[in-house]
Design a protein around this ligand. Structure first.
Ligand SMILES: Cc1ncc(C[n+]2csc(CCOP(=O)(O)OP(=O)(O)O)c2C)c(N)n1
Length: 322
């Protein structure tokens, strides 16, 4: 059991990033509605434990190709919240100097590969990153995250096949929230579990509770160990719920409100808090201290973004292909 090796500092870190991801997301959604942001945001509320529980295992030689909903990977791989927030606000202090939002943000020095607006588009890219890692003889791994809807596209199947044939150190991480925009999983595929798709390619397929940060950690740690030892890729399916519409512009009118509200009874933060308090790993005052520190980091980043300037005209026109 990998979880048994976690120490109190690791638990603090997990809780810090869970809380920070939630609080940042709530502020981003609120500020978007007030017209303050450029970013057409896709909320990760209710799904935070997946990026946090797996991202915490990535080291400096590892890479991540985050989906547009998986914000936690950016924070755990060291992208500063100030830079990210400035990017979302379209400010000159953002990573692309105000020319794109976090959908296409990357930072190769920190092992964060730029995202793609094409659903499933990041999977073949991750296979290329995995091939690079193997050719260099590095012990690194690459983690690519995507939704259940992405697994019905050709990119997914081609990427899975090649990664398995070449035994590449790729972790395919599916955030299965059973929705793809307004479509339900029953409308996307005729199987019950995404993980069984791994059988067709000769790699392990594992399903775990994506709202339990420790279950995510456990499954990911095993897949990483296998990949580092040359065992090849794993498909990890983490089950979860989408609490909001597809994106901030989606009123989510196609779902039963009572059902969506019921998802909040299975909140990844509450679930983890209960474990921490019941096992005496952290006390209520520790949680309060951690929450305060996370809120400050986010509030400072928002302040930085608000105070920063929009890009001047000469910057807007540079590095843009016409
Ligand atoms: C090739 C392609 N087709 C359609 C879209 C429009 N689109 C954006 S997100 C999305 C659904 C994605 O569902 P899923 O992969 O399950 O991720 P989730 O949003 O549930 O996290 C679609 C169809 C797109 N971006 N790319």
């Amino acid at each position: 059991m990998y979880v048994e090796k976690l120490n109190p500092k690791d638990y603090e870190k997990l809780y810090y990033y869970l809380y920070l991801t939630r609080y940042a997301d709530e502020l981003i959604c609120k500020n978007y509605k007030q017209g303050m942001l450029q970013e057409s945001h896709h909320s990760c509320q209710g799904e935070e434990a997946i990026a946090v529980g797996s991202g915490i295992l990535l080291g400096k030689d590892d890479y991540v190709c985050p989906s547009l909903r998986a914000r936690g990977y950016f924070y755990l791989k060291g992208a500063t919240l100030k830079e990210m927030m400035a990017g979302m606000y379209g400010k000159v202090t953002g990573p692309s100097r105000g020319k794109n939002t976090s959908h296409h943000m990357g930072d190769m020095d920190r092992g964060i590969v730029c995202g793609s607006g094409i659903i499933g588009g990041a999977l073949p890219v991750a296979v290329g990153v995995g091939l690079g890692i193997k050719k260099r003889g590095s012990k690194g791994v690459v983690l690519v995250s995507f939704g259940d809807g992405s697994t019905s596209r050709g990119d997914f199947h081609e990427a899975m096949n090649l990664a398995a044939v070449w035994k590449l150190p790729v972790l395919f991480v599916c955030e299965n929230n059973r929705m793809a925009m307004g479509n339900t999983i029953e409308g996307e595929m005729a199987i019950d579990r995404v993980a069984i798709r791994a059988d067709a390619y000769g790699m392990p397929g594992v399903t775990a509770n994506g709202n339990d940060v420790l279950a995510v950690y456990e499954a990911t740690a095993a897949a990483i160990e296998r990949a580092r030892k040359g065992g090849g890729p794993t498909l990890l399916e983490f089950t979860t719920h989408r609490w909001t519409g597809h994106g901030v512009k989606d009123a989510d009118a196609y779902r039963d409100r009572a059902v969506v509200e019921s998802y909040k009874q299975d909140c990844p933060l509450d679930n983890f808090r209960k474990v921490l308090l019941a096992k005496g790993i952290l006390k209520k005052r520790d949680l309060d201290r951690i929450e305060k520190a996370a809120m400050k980091e986010v509030d400072d980043a928002v302040e930085y973004a608000v105070q920063s300037d929009h890009p001047p005209v000469d910057i807007v026109a540079t590095n843009v292909y016409v």
